[in-house]
Design a protein around this ligand. Structure first.
Ligand code: KIV
Ligand code: ZN
Length: 530
């Protein structure tokens, strides 16, 4: 802790750190991580429920879809502050306010790139940019009491200019000053020192909250965020699973667990219920199509697995030998054999509730049918199998344009392999036999034959949900068409079936996006800032 600790503004406990989640804005901006409206609402609900202080729900001017998502999230919010992003102009800020104003606690977040490289984009002099900051923050503050301002690329902005513009934003009414390390360039000591000096030297700094927003290009985002807190920041901006452009953002689960486990040396608190981390991590991985790496801190599949003999022996004697946190602290239910083909609906409902999924009756019925089918095919049904069933985006939905009705592949050592596919397109079933280089290629060719499209496959990933040769495979695919990207997922004990369903799931999402784009040709990027 530094001696500037006392400067934290009075509205926040000296040792309270606010958690600002930007999974739905910075995370969703990452190419391919696009989420549907319903998925965004679901994730926002989970964030609110787990105690996240501020949810950055999107960038309302970016598209009609973003606007609708931010306003619906604002309308449904319970405890969290709902924030929207706006560039430094009145039109963006007004649009942002229109979306967030429905929240119990709305916030406008406006930003401009202040480093020499970013100033060159709108071609503004330092004085012109300073004037723009004054005008836009004043405008935002006239609409909303809660205004956050960010000098984008702060860590590469000249010190004199940074202090000048931060002071202007505070005088114009900003209540939070966010200090972004936009390109993941800083390092822990510098991150801490930057915040400490800003708080010490900028007039009025003790009236506002300083936030840290780190990107992970050099793998230091979590360390930099925690160092910034030591320097006096009291808001950490982060995303679930560290989702975000390039190498991503600070991972929420990492900072929250670091604050909990090392409270002895970082005596700060936050409101997040850590037992909800695992569930939201899985949901974000599923809806974004960005699988969590196995050895990812806190939420990776191996984060609590002890394989080596020495570790297992130590764990059996005393779990603390190799474990600094308990799996249940992050909401990890033990993977054990839970259900079989004789298990009933009530048992399934109760087990799913333990795993963090409370289903409505119609959802339960659908999962129950698929559970029975799985239990017939698989010797042992594990917790992870059930989670894969519940979160299977590839499961048939009556609103989908395409549905896989039948698939049989012939594969073997002799190429080409072939696939017989029956696909529902609209309200008619069509059948074809196609060949390809392997069963997956043959099946995808069959889909293309029945539903011709120009969408390009950008990513195809297969993961085993549990161990064993009868394990379910979860498949993620990412597709691109005219700059629009959609991901699809599915799970099945048959890898080829899961692959085709994931492919068709992505196509269904592209079809929806294609229709939406027809209505909304005004998509913009936050990189047009200025
Ligand atoms: O990384 C960044 O600078 C941002 C800003 C828009 C805050 O995401
Ligand atoms: Zn960012």
């Amino acid at each position: 802790m530094t001696s500037d600790h006392k400067r934290i503004p009075p509205q926040v406990d000296q040792d309270r750190v606010l958690i600002f989640d930007t999974t739905l804005r910075d995370g969703e901006q990452s190419p391919g991580a696009t989420m549907s409206h319903t998925e965004k609402l679901e994730i926002a609900g989970l964030l609110d429920e787990m105690g996240v202080d501020i949810i950055e729900a999107g960038f309302p001017i970016a598209s009609e879809g973003d606007f609708a998502a931010v306003s619906d999230i604002a309308k449904n919010s319970k405890n969290s502050v709902i924030c929207g992003l706006a560039r430094a102009n009145f039109k963006d800020i007004d649009r942002c306010w229109e979306a967030v104003k429905h929240a119990r606690q709305p916030r406008i977040h406006t930003f401009i790139g202040t480093s020499p490289l970013h100033r060159a984009i709108p071609n503004l002099t330092m004085d012109e940019m300073a004037e723009k900051i004054h005008e836009t923050v004043t405008h935002a503050r006239n609409l909303c009491d809660n205004v956050q301002w960010s000098p984008m690329d702060a860590t590469r902005t000249e010190w004199e200019y940074l202090t000048r513009v931060v002071e202007i934003a505070i005088k114009a009414g900003a209540t939070t000053i966010n200090v972004p390390d936009t390109v993941g360039y800083t390092a822990p000591r510098e991150s801490s020192e930057l915040i400490r000096r800003l708080i010490a030297e900028v007039p009025g700094a003790d009236e506002v909250i300083f936030a840290t927003h780190c990107h992970n290009d050099l793998g230091m985002a979590t360390a930099n965020a925690l160092a910034a807190v030591e320097g006096g920041a009291r808001q950490i901006e982060c995303t679930i699973n560290g989702l975000g452009e390039r190498a991503g953002n600070t991972a929420l689960e990492e900072v929250v667990m670091a604050l909990k486990v090392r409270h002895d040396i970082m005596p700060y608190t936050c409101r997040v219920d850590t037992t909800k981390l695992m569930n939201i991590s899985r949901r974000v991985a599923m809806v974004s199509g960005f699988a969590v790496q196995f050895n990812k801190a806190i939420v990776g599949k191996n984060a609590f697995a002890h394989e080596s003999g020495i570790h297992q022996d130590g764990m059996l004697k005393n779990a603390e030998t190799f474990e600094i946190m308990r799996p249940e602290d992050v909401g990890l239910a033990e993977t054990n054999i839970v259900m079989g083909k004789h298990s009933g609906r009530a048992a399934l409902r109760s087990k799913l509730k333990d795993l963090g999924h409370e289903l409505a009756d119609n959802q339960l019925n659908d999962v129950f049918v698929r559970f029975k089918a799985l239990a017939d095919r698989k010797k042992e049904v594990f917790d992870d199998d059930l989670i894969a069933l519940v979160t299977d985006a590839g499961a048939a939905d009556e609103n989908d344009h395409l549905e896989v009705k039948f698939l049989r592949v012939i594969c073997g050592t002799e190429a080409p392999q072939s696939a017989d596919l029956t696909l529902r397109v609209g309200d008619k079933d069509f059948q074809v036999t196609a060949k390809g280089d392997g069963p997956v290629d043959a099946s995808f060719n069959a889909v293309k034959a029945l539903f011709p499209h120009d969408a390009r496959l950008q990513l195809y990933q297969v993961h085993a949900v549990t161990e064993g040769t009868d394990a379910q495979a979860t498949v993620s695919v990412r597709m691109e068409e005219d700059g629009r990207i959609a991901t699809g997922q599915s799970a099945d004990t048959d890898t080829v079936v899961a692959s085709v369903k994931a492919y068709v799931n992505a196509l269904n999402r592209l079809i929806v996006r294609r229709e939406k784009a027809g209505k909304d040709a005004r998509e913009v990027s936050y990189k047009d800032a200025g």
